[in-house]
Design a protein around this ligand. Structure first.
Ligand code: AMP
Ligand code: ZN
Length: 477
């Protein structure tokens, strides 16, 4: 199995420290709002990394933090006239609701920054004792000149970075690249007592110190997050922990590329985001996951509603194939000549080969579609055990991607789009084309009375079961 390692800029053979057990840390959300589908990309990608490692037989200790003290949380609490813990509690609860809905497996542990203040203070004290950090007027900074390997994750000459973009300007710092470990609280700001006065730890200290604590000071196998975290966040985590321990913080650094929208990174600050909750109120979790995983995690992924509709349409082909297998299984007589088994298993091997190559979900999905074409063409020939193999492999491979197919059978809509209904939908389309909107609307109403809701999309309609909001089918004109 190969993993692309940001720190070496190469795909490397994956060799965990312990042969059976993988340790993994992924930077979690700052809990001041609902998470958007850009954040969801990162969370889903690492969920699949974890699922795949478990599929390969590893036990995985997966830790993802909640940043529950931060300027954005303080601002939100001030706006609402609430305590910061009320704000963070609310969004931690919402995180779990949305992540569960998105079928993201719960982490082994989700430590919170506020529960680990003492450990962070201890870490900073150690850094000062060992000459890696200095205090100025209640703030504490890490001195990058004391850590010769500073910049190794970022890779380029760090000195060429422009101060002010990602490097905070501050006259108290000895070097512009020095970064804050402890931030003095301003008046009326929440804070914790320390030898430097009231303040709070910096974000980079939070993750470094948690890894140190929850993995007992050991090097971990995988550290992950979105690509925006390479510099300065992860670079600074490395500096603090490696300066103290002299050991690597992590052996494999994995970074997920951005989800973009209209050629810009999706982000709260650009106000160009859709929350996961919003998307999941209209589309299924399978659909959002399918869209996210249709691109390899190191490639850019662009969001548009068209893409989500495309994902929904593609999933439909998978469901149809699965239903056909179930249908054919009914009453099938056992056949002794199972001549297709090795061909069927071959698809599973091909999928694994793609996933072994740096978790290539995109190529893995292509294998699933090849498999579906193959199953559809042999459906009438397969013996009952061959059908069973097909069904199980489909469920097994999709499960690695966190796409739950069995659930579809249980939750599926009760609506069957007969030829007659499809004709009515096409009649409505004809009316719209001829600008006879009165007739088009009356057809829409008529269908609604049959519990069928039509949502117009570019070049077609999405058919939804009106009372449950369960998606039925996309019909393209
Ligand atoms: P935050 O809550 O902003 O700290 O982000 C949580 C995680 O989502 C981090 O790993 C970020 O790198 C990641 N992230 C933020 N925006 C995006 C995006 N547009 N695409 C992919 N990942 C993102
Ligand atoms: Zn982090």
């Amino acid at each position: 199995m190969k993993v692309f390692n940001t720190i070496t800029r190469k795909k490397e053979k994956f060799n965990p420290i312990n042969k059976e057990f993988v340790t993994m840390y992924v930077c979690g959300p700052t809990v001041y709002d609902l998470f958007h589908i850009g954040n969801a990309r990162t969370f889903v990608v690492f969920d699949v990394v974890r699922r795949y490692l478990e599929y390969k037989g590893y036990k995985v200790k997966f830790i993802q933090n909640f940043t529950d003290i931060d300027d954005k949380i303080i601002n939100k609490a001030n706006q609402e006239g609430k305590d910061i813990s009320q704000v963070s509690e609310r969004y931690i609860k919402h995180y779990y609701e949305d992540a569960d809905k998105l079928n993201i497996k719960r982490a082994t542990l989700n430590p919170r920054a506020t529960e680990n203040i003492k450990e962070m203070i201890d870490l900073i004290l150690h850094l000062i004792e060992n000459g890696f950090a200095y205090e100025v007027n209640g703030d504490v900074y890490f001195s990058i000149k004391c850590f010769s390997e500073y910049g190794k994750l970022f890779g380029q000459d760090i000195k060429t970075l422009k101060v002010g973009s990602r490097i905070e300007v501050n006259k108290n710092k000895k070097d512009p690249l020095d970064f804050i470990l402890w931030k003095k609280s301003k008046e009326n700001e929440p804070g914790y007592d320390s030898v430097w006065g009231k303040g709070r730890p910096g974000w980079h200290t939070e993750c470094g110190s948690m890894i140190y604590k929850y993995f007992d000071g050991n090097t971990i196998d995988i550290h992950g997050g979105g690509g925006d975290l390479i510099f300065p966040h992860h670079e600074n985590e490395i500096a603090q922990i490696e300066a103290l321990t002299g050991k690597s913080l992590a052996n494999y650094w994995m970074h997920c590329s951005f989800l973009s929208i209209n050629d810009e990174k999706m982000s709260k600050s650009l106000n160009n985001f859709f929350t996961t909750r919003e998307i999941l109120s209209k589309y299924s979790s399978n659909c959002l996951r399918f869209f996210i995983l249709s691109s390899h995690y190191r490639n850019e992924l662009c969001y548009s509603e068209q893409q989500i509709i495309w994902a929904e349409k593609s999933l439909e082909r998978i469901y149809k194939c699965y239903f056909s297998i179930l249908d054919k299984e009914k009453g099938k007589i056992e056949n002794v000549h199972d001549k297709h088994i090795s061909e069927i298993l071959n698809f599973k091997d091909k999928f694994i080969e793609k996933m072994d190559d740096d978790f290539n979900t995109s190529d893995g999905m292509s294998v699933i579609f090849e498999f579906i074409r193959y199953v559809n063409s042999f459906l009438f020939e397969f013996t009952s055990s061959e059908l069973k193999y097909c069904k199980n492999i489909l469920v097994e491979l999709l499960d690695i991607l966190g796409i739950n197919i069995k659930e579809i059978v249980e939750r599926g809509s009760k609506i069957i789009l007969t030829e007659e209904i499809k004709n009515i939908i096409m009649q409505r389309y004809e009316c719209k084309k001829n600008k006879d909107f009165v007739s088009a609307d009356s057809i829409r109403e008529k269908l609604l009375k049959m519990n069928i809701l039509l949502e117009d999309i570019q070049d077609g309609v999405r058919v939804v079961e009106a009372d449950t909001n369960v998606f039925v089918e996309t019909i393209l004109y």
